[in-house]
Write a protein that binds this ligand. Sequence first.
Ligand code: 13P
Ligand code: SF4
Length: 344
Amino acid sequence: MSTTVLDRPKGNLEPLNVTEIDPFIDLAAEIDRLRKERNAVILAHYYQDPEIQDIADFVGDSLDLSRKAANTDADVIAFCGVRFMAETAKILSPEKTVVLPDMAAGCSLEDSCPPDEFAKFRKEHPDHVSLTYINCSAEVKALSDIIVTSTNAQAIVEQIPEGTPILFAPDRHLGAYLARKTGRDMTLWPGSCIVHEQFSERELIKVMGENPDAPVTAHPECPEAILAHADHIGSTSSILKFVTETDAQTIIIATEPHIIHQMEKLAPGKTFIGAPGADGECNCNNCPFMELNTMEKLYLSLANLAPQIEVPEDIRVKALQSVQRMLDMSPPAQPIRDAAAASA
Ligand code: 13P
Ligand code: SF4
């Protein structure tokens, strides 16, 4: 069955019931048309498929995307990322319709931290301030004092008064990295990212040997054994900034490889080598959750205004406090130099 989406006035929020996609339609053009019709903004994380990154109104890291979601005047946010990111958008902008192309797009860190167990963890450490990575459910955000992302975590830890012990959940690698960097007393939740745990130190050393002039840049979700080889450690936006600013022409990238698309756009001419997994192959570290979002599902989510993110109001109001504290304590965004535009 082919489906034609009728032209409607801007901001039309009437859901359609499109179940099948005409294989002959120009998906990008239809998504663009629906974006205008819905007065929608498409937000995408750097780990999304290149086609989705290219059609998005804005591509960024989890902090940038939260800021965009908080400030948009769109009626609909089509969130191309994982569920905790779309939930954060809804927490910040409850009056907006927030759609996620595939509701199964979760995160292993969120899965590792069930709210009831986290509540117990907090009760066992009553004197601790709880800093929680944004990669968690709305319920866990509601139980936390302050949310952090990998962009602002160190700056936020440094604002916690000396001597106050910190509970950090759910990423033990990011938590351990922050404890090493700041020297703070941090009790860590034992969660991890299944993607960043795939990198093989042995294979990384081989690639480094083959490319002796290439610096290694790594996301702090990587285990310490990988971070020990990194010349630069940071969030996705920080990694992107590093690769555009370094004089190095070849860089080894230890994070989810879809970000390389953005690197090739911002710093064309440089060579980006994905850090290998245990089988020695590059690009074997795709995030299986991020990959669930496709152009087809993005189109359907805009047409049907589904699946929609809903957060119960009592949880949202509590979660907003910890998310808002994060925004208030975050340093200003660091612009990423567009080397391609600069040399044009
Ligand atoms: P960033 O905030 O660095 O974009 O990280 C999000 C994420 O899920 C990394 O795995
Ligand atoms: Fe979660 Fe890891 Fe995927 Fe990021 S890369 S969304 S932390 S599973």
